[in-house]
Design a protein around this ligand. Structure first.
Ligand code: ATP
Ligand code: MG
Length: 557
């Protein structure tokens, strides 16, 4: 892990200000490819689901590239496929981009250009570069050929321009059923690139669109629509993922055929893949629809909404995206790196609190029954400037289940019969007796304290090896903690499979100051990890915490 982090740190230092995309842009600026126009990028999500951590990579890349060149970046909804799109997604996507800390120049919808796209399609027909085809989808596929065999031309390929214009208009008027006809670009059925073999650029879909309603029953295909959207907006660099590399000749063909001056340049980069994570929106939607998770913002989900609710900060996600950098080669990033980024971000920021899980009751037999005192506990472990708070201490306390062993293992320095430890911020305490119920379960531990050893009193008589945290029994606040594990695990074939035990809900006792925790507030729970008061479930009277990440990397070599 250390090696990997070091490498990414070195890599990120050069990649923050320079990556292969920026090198291409630098060349374009040097060669004045875009005259004196600003560098202009866009983030073009399809509103068919919530954004995930992979989208965050694209968002960070597009927006920070615009920032670096003092250019602009649009948020554009690529809503050319009416069937799967929804305004719920349109709203969540805007919220997520803002939450990540970015502002778009313009908020746009591809569907706003449907009129223009139609006109451009007509222009292609008039130039003899597009034709209406009556073949079925299956037949088109059959005639398309393979990587080693050229395709065969459609029998409708040589329709007259006049006939094509009339048929295309009738497609628009709704005179044909779905699938009865399509508009295809007339390029080259023997091209080695299958995308160039007379691709479909318009199809019929009698479907209501979330933005244009029933106005259209024909919709442009992505490969035709996308270059036009980019060009209309004055985008200079259209950054997309690697699977579009083979579509770039078509992207360029569309704009060249429309005589577009200074057309945008498409640049591809490798998409983010993360261990223990599935990023397909289709799969994530199925998890939501089937009730496997609480919703798109379930804290286990790799969605931005899920990561936010889990307790991730925008800074940690941006840091992660910088560290992974951009490249042309697909790779798999260890999710431990994302976890490292949130630890790094939270460590200097958040205060710590004492919380015990699997509580064991302590009775300090030589401490007066009706006495209670307040002891000083520092707010942040390694930061004296963060101040202290007063925490009640009395005869009955709780300690964490993992801080006691009846029969200690080697090198165990915490509490066990006969051993003396420091109770954080308070006294040296010795465990004398283990009291059990009839079934043999531990009921409580009888201990004694040494009043001379109070923290801060300067006592130097002897030393103890272990310090443990504790909670005063009378004033303890009962809280719920949701401990998360990865949503996906790898099976023996390296395939991602759903982890059936990805959440563990436990009761815990916290020091009284936890009563003030507001929804969305983050803390370090001493010795356990980083936690956030759940934004939906935390109220004045009930505190529910999500474990963001444990304290140490669980990454094993
Ligand atoms: P999914 O396959 O998860 O549905 P998508 O690519 O269909 O994702 P879009 O809404 O079309 O989702 O994506 C918007 C932008 O985000 C695109 O430019 C896309 O390339 C980019 N993107 C999507 N997934 C990733 C990823 N894992 N890593 C980097 N960029 C991504
Ligand atoms: Mg897509």
């Amino acid at each position: 892990m250390a090696d990997m982090l070091k490498k990414t740190e070195e890599k990120s230092n050069e990649q923050i200000d320079s990556n292969f995309i920026h090198n291409m842009i630098d060349k374009d600026i040097e060669n004045q490819v875009y005259g004196n126009r600003d560098i202009y990028t866009r983030f073009p999500p399809e509103p068919n689901g919530y954004l995930h951590i992979g989208h965050a990579k694209s968002i960070c890349l597009n927006f920070s590239t615009a920032q670096k060149y003092k250019g602009k970046c649009n948020l554009r909804f690529d809503d050319t496929n009416p069937v799967k799109e929804d305004t719920e997604y349109v709203e969540s996507i805007q919220g997520d981009v803002k939450w990540l800390g970015f502002n778009w120049k313009k908020l746009l919808f591809a569907s706003d250009y449907f009129d223009k796209m139609y006109e451009f399609a007509v222009e292609l027909i008039k130039k003899g570069k597009a034709f209406v085809c009556d073949l079925s989808a299956d037949k088109i596929k059959e005639l398309r050929g393979t990587l080693t065999q050229p395709g065969k031309e459609s029998p409708y390929r040589n329709r007259s321009i006049q006939e094509n214009l009339e048929l295309f208009e009738n497609m628009k008027k709704g005179m044909f059923a779905d699938g009865e006809k399509v508009l295809r670009a007339k390029i080259d059925m023997s091209s080695p690139n299958i995308n160039m073999r007379d691709p479909v650029i318009y199809r019929i879909a009698h479907t209501k669109h979330h933005n244009t309603g029933d106005k259209w029953c024909i919709y442009p295909m992505y490969d035709f629509a996308h270059p036009i959207e980019d060009a209309i907006e004055g985008i200079t660099h259209s950054i997309c993922t690697l699977e579009f590399e083979d579509h770039r000749p078509l992207y360029d063909w569309v704009l060249k055929s429309l005589n577009w001056e200074m057309p945008p340049r498409q640049i591809e980069f490798a998409r983010l893949n993360l261990t223990n994570t599935v990023m397909s929106k289709r799969y994530l939607k199925a998890l939501v629809d089937d009730g496997v998770v609480e919703g798109w913002d379930d804290p286990r989900m790799p969605t931005i909404a899920g990561l936010r609710r889990r307790g991730y900060t925008p800074e940690s996600i941006r840091d992660f995206c910088e560290r992974i950098g951009v490249s042309k080669a697909n790779s798999l990033v260890d999710i431990a790196l994302l976890e490292h980024c949130i630890r790094e971000d939270l460590n200097p920021k958040v205060e710590s609190r004492m919380v015990v899980e699997n509580p064991i009751k302590i009775v300090i037999t030589n401490y007066p029954e009706d006495k209670s005192e307040e002891v000083e506990i520092e707010n942040k472990a390694q930061d004296p400037d963060a101040g202290v708070r007063m925490v009640p201490f009395s005869r009955e306390l709780y300690v964490d289940g993992q801080d006691f062993m009846e029969v200690p293992v080697k090198k165990y320095f915490r509490l066990f019969p006969g051993n003396e430890v420091r109770f954080k911020g308070a006294y040296f305490i010795t465990c004398n007796d283990v009291i059990k119920d009839e079934e043999g379960n531990i009921k409580e531990l009888h201990c004694t304290y040494d009043p001379e050893t109070k923290s801060g009193s300067g006592f130097s008589g002897r030393k103890v090896k272990g310090t443990i945290h504790w909670v005063d029994a009378k004033t303890a606040v009962k809280i719920k903690i949701r401990e998360y594990d990865h949503l996906m695990n790898e099976d023996e074939n390296g395939e991602n499979v759903l982890n059936e035990n990805s959440v563990n809900i436990i009761d815990a006792y916290a020091e009284p100051s936890i009563k003030d925790a507001k929804a969305g507030e983050r803390y370090q729970f001493f010795r356990h990890g980083y936690y956030i008061a759940d934004e939906k479930l935390t109220t004045e009277s009930s505190k529910v915490f999500n474990r963001i990440v444990d304290l140490k990397s669980s990454w094993k070599k």
